[in-house]
Unconditional design. Structure first.
Length: 65
């Protein structure tokens, strides 16, 4: 299992959230349908290349063995 902070999907969604804040602050708005489509495609690609589960507990990798 990998640590949660190594998740590409998590970071992609965090960047998307930051982009929403930037849009609100600057007034430069991408229409919501385009934003949703872009984020969906990015998440699908990242999900396809993801092979490990996330360790949400933060413990040692082989602590359960």
């Amino acid at each position: 299992m990998k640590r949660w902070y190594l998740s590409k999907v998590l970071w992609a969604n965090t960047i998307a959230l930051a982009a929403l804040a930037v849009q609100a602050a600057t007034g430069f708005i991408i229409d919501p349908a385009s934003q949703a489509a872009i984020l969906a495609v990015i998440n699908l690609i990242l999900r396809a290349v993801t092979g490990e589960e996330i360790d949400w507990k933060g413990g040692e990798e082989d602590a359960e063995e």
